[in-house]
Design a binder for this molecule. Structure first.
Ligand SMILES: Cc1cc2nc3c(=O)[nH]c(=O)nc-3n(C[C@H](O)[C@H](O)[C@H](O)COP(=O)(O)O)c2cc1C
Length: 357
């Protein structure tokens, strides 16, 4: 198996196994409306097998960052149409990552007087809002009725994504955001059937995936998880407990025939990820996280040794719009400029040169 071989992830036909990882870039302004610059940025990178969009908020209270795009208004949907069309015109495929920030948000961002979470357990530290740095607040624990509403927001967001021309959606169950907050016993201390045991903690994530799959087809839905990747105070240090939770999750997802499972974990070839892969029994996309920048050698090794079906690549694709060509030719790469990851405008966004230039 070769990194440059095609592969099908459910209904998604990839020309190669390089996946553009979801990458928040905060260039959608106050109203969270995707624009021509964003469309250009994605289209420049369309030679990867699949683009996963940056995390997109599926409900007003789920916005996590100022400048993050949403998919809850007609204007936002029209903006995403620009992006989907540009990527497709360039020969690519794109799915939208649906990201509910949960307690990582702030009332200044959520537009209400609260943030939402499984339980009233606050995240430590501060968040950048349009009004500067603000301390995180104690979140509102979602009621049973509100859980249904949040689930329906994911469904409506997925419907809009496909109507805008996206090839599918990815549920963000990783990195400490709402769905991940349900999975960890540190952020989820509920006692109502959605917490208290491994199976109960997995339940809401499964219900969201079921509902979204029923709307757009399971073969157009992926999910990203990050077991034991300590992020934003979602702590999973007990390996046995973490295994039990994620096994319950993947056992619940397996019947849905999802397009792919994407796992962020420092050791994708190790026992935990490979065991979870067996529970899911579908295509696996991996990424080894923030510790080191994914390299050509790492990605080709993972595919050649069959540790994954595709590899999600983040910072190298930020810096190299033509990364697939460069990796194919074993050509030198541009270095990423992190100081522009989350700033406005084209600098450090659409101005990385191609090899041919
Ligand atoms: C600027 C930036 C933004 C990111 N935004 C997201 C995001 O919106 N959703 C997500 O799941 N991961 C996000 N990540 C994590 C990446 O998808 C990826 O896991 C990480 O960059 C490590 O992979 P790499 O070594 O190939 O860069 C982000 C990473 C970076 C550097």
């Amino acid at each position: 198996m070769d990194l440059f071989d095609p592969i099908d992830l459910g209904a998604l036909h990839l020309a190669n196994r390089v996946v553009m990882a979801p990458l928040t870039r905060l260039r959608a302004g106050d109203a969270g409306v995707p624009n021509a610059l964003m469309a250009e940025q994605y289209a420049q990178r369309a030679s990867v097998g699949l683009i996963v969009s940056e995390g997109v908020y599926p409900g007003a209270e789920s916005r996590g960052y100022y400048g993050q795009p949403g998919v809850i208004t007609d204007e936002q949907e029209a903006g995403w149409r620009l992006v989907a069309d540009a990527v497709h015109d360039a020969g690519g495929r794109i799915v939208m990552q649906l990201m509910h920030a949960g307690r990582v948000s702030h009332p200044d961002l959520s537009g209400s007087d609260r943030t939402l979470a499984p339980s009233a357990v606050a995240i430590s530290g501060a968040v950048h809002t349009q009004h500067g740095k603000r301390e995180h607040v104690v979140p509102h624990a979602l009621t049973a009725d509100e859980l249904v509403r949040v689930r329906d927001e994911f469904v409506e967001a997925a419907r809009r994504a496909l109507r805008a021309g996206f090839d599918g959606v990815e549920l963000h169950g990783a990195n400490g955001y709402l769905l991940h907050q349900f999975l960890s016993p540190v952020s989820n201390v509920r006692e109502d059937g959605y917490g208290g045991s491994a199976a109960a903690r997995a339940r809401f994530v499964i219900e969201v995936a079921e509902a979204v799959a029923a709307e757009v087809g399971g073969d157009r839905v992926g999910i990203r998880i990050s077991p034991m990747n300590q992020a934003q105070d979602v702590v999973e240090t007990d390996e046995a407990e973490t295994r039990a939770t994620y096994e319950a999750l993947l056992d619940g997802l397996r019947p849905l025939g999802l397009a792919y499972l994407s796992v962020l974990h420092a050791d994708p070839a190790g026992a935990l990820v490979q065991d979870l892969r067996a529970h899911f029994a579908g295509p696996l996309v991996v990424n080894s996280g923030f510790g080191s920048v994914t390299s050509r050698a790492e990605a080709t090794g993972l595919i050649e040794r069959a540790h994954a079906d595709a590899v999600a690549v983040g910072r190298a694709i930020i810096a190299n719009p033509d990364l697939v060509d460069r990796w194919r030719a074993e050509a030198p790469e541009n270095a990423p400029r992190p100081e522009h990851f989350y700033t406005a405008g084209a600098e450090g966004y659409t101005d990385y040169p191609r090899l041919s230039a």
